[in-house]
Design a protein around this ligand. Structure first.
Ligand code: FES
Length: 91
């Protein structure tokens, strides 16, 4: 399945970014100069966990449990994407 581009809104910094189909959320925010924590970049460690304000994440990590995944309240930005056209994060 091909990934699709989506809009990313950073609530705290009031910024709007485009996540390209071939780029991760993490790469996009780093390129925009936003300071974020990360480590494994493979969805394993949980370091990049970020609160979701609105939108539906496409969870692709191996860190969250089923309940956390279903709540859509947090997302691992190193590997997960968005199912909605816009994802709003607490960044
Ligand atoms: S950096 Fe490890 S889960 Fe994202």
């Amino acid at each position: 399945m091909l990934d699709t581009a989506f809009k990313l809104t950073l609530q705290r910094s009031g910024r709007s970014l485009d996540v390209a189909a071939d780029t991760t959320i993490l790469e996009t925010v780093i390129a925009a100069g936003v300071e974020v924590s990360y480590s494994c970049m493979q969805g394993l460690c949980g370091t990049c966990e970020t609160k979701v304000i609105s939108g539906t994440p496409d969870h692709r990590d191996d860190f969250l449990n089923d309940d956390e995944r279903a709540s859509n309240s947090v997302v691992m930005i190193c590997c997960s994407r968005s199912l909605s056209p816009n994802l709003v994060l607490d960044l």
